[in-house]
Design a protein around this ligand. Structure first.
Ligand SMILES: [Zn+2]
Length: 293
């Protein structure tokens, strides 16, 4: 995102769109905060954690000489916002891989490993270049081509493969920020999200799962049926996007399932799949690097 596109404002709004915490979620999150001496009573609102990019790997992932939960566990059942994502230390970013797949983190200790919950919604934001103005008409970018290339390379690879929704956000002109008519308020969006979550809960109850993101492959195959045009569309997408891995196809289907849930549809049709694919349509080598959200 370019400077001035309001990324922190967007990120902070996300927890307000999520359903209320269930009793079980409240207890899980409170337990982690209690272990850190940070809980004052039951935590019943979803956490929003936004650590700075100078954070150490141990503080982000967990661990250290006397092992403590990291920011990813403090964000359990909530949102972890990493602004200036490419500036985070490589080791810390690599450390996000396992938790993003397994929703838990394993911390090595002298006497055996410790497993902590770390099921969070990752929101990562990046500028188009180190100074932030590449591709903007408002101001000139002062970065050289080599610096831009290095910056973009940090965004590519296996971690990007685990980010399901990648959105490119242009700076918002001041006159639009001052526009009298506001965008859609949180309440109706929240109601749509809650209805979609209810559908997921009902469908996934036999497996004791709460939402689409938690589905292992076997459950996904059993519950995410594509109609015949959907099957053909998926085959075309895989054929045309060489960068699709088995993992990204799995994740694509989960996002398509969620889109179908949001519009109250039983089957995943071609439209849901194409919309899900559009959120993966990010090419870090493109002239103007899209932002990761
Ligand atoms: Zn620049």
């Amino acid at each position: 995102m370019s400077p001035g596109s309001g990324k922190t404002m967007v990120a902070r709004r996300i927890p307000t769109l999520l359903p209320d915490m269930t009793r079980a979620e409240s207890l899980e999150t409170t337990k982690i905060y209690s272990a850190m001496g940070l809980a004052h009573g039951l935590i019943d609102t979803r956490p929003f954690r936004a650590p700075h990019h100078t954070i150490s790997t141990a503080a982000l992932i967990g661990g250290g000489s006397s092992p403590r939960p990291g920011e990813i566990s403090l964000a359990h059942n909530g949102v972890l916002f990493l602004d200036e994502f490419p500036e985070f230390p490589r080791a810390a970013v690599e450390g996000l891989r396992q938790p993003l797949e397994e929703r838990t983190v394993t911390i090595d200790r002298i006497h055996g490993a410790l497993r902590l919950p770390a099921s969070f919604l990752l929101v990562a934001a990046a500028n188009p270049c180190p100074c932030g103005w590449h591709g903007s008409r408002a101001r000139e970018c002062t970065c050289g081509p080599a610096a831009i290339e290095r910056y973009r390379l940090r965004l590519s690879g296996p971690l990007l493969d685990r980010i399901d929704l990648q959105v490119y956000v242009r700076p918002v002109p001041l006159r639009e920020l001052r526009r009298p008519e506001p965008g859609e308020p949180s309440a109706p969006i929240r109601a749509r999200v809650a209805a979609a979550r209810d559908r997921q809960l009902a469908r996934l109850r036999p497996w004791n799962l709460r939402c689409n993101a938690e589905m292992p492959s076997a459950v996904q195959r059993a519950t995410c049926k594509l109609d015949s045009l959907g099957e053909r569309t998926l085959a075309d997408l895989v054929e045309n996007r060489r960068s699709f891995t088995a993992r990204s196809i799995d994740r694509l289907i989960k996002v398509a399932r969620t889109i179908a849930d949001l519009i109250g549809q039983d089957d995943i049709d071609a439209g849901c799949l194409l919309e899900a694919a559009a959120y993966r349509d990010v090419d870090p080598t493109a002239d103007f690097v899209p932002q990761v959200l």
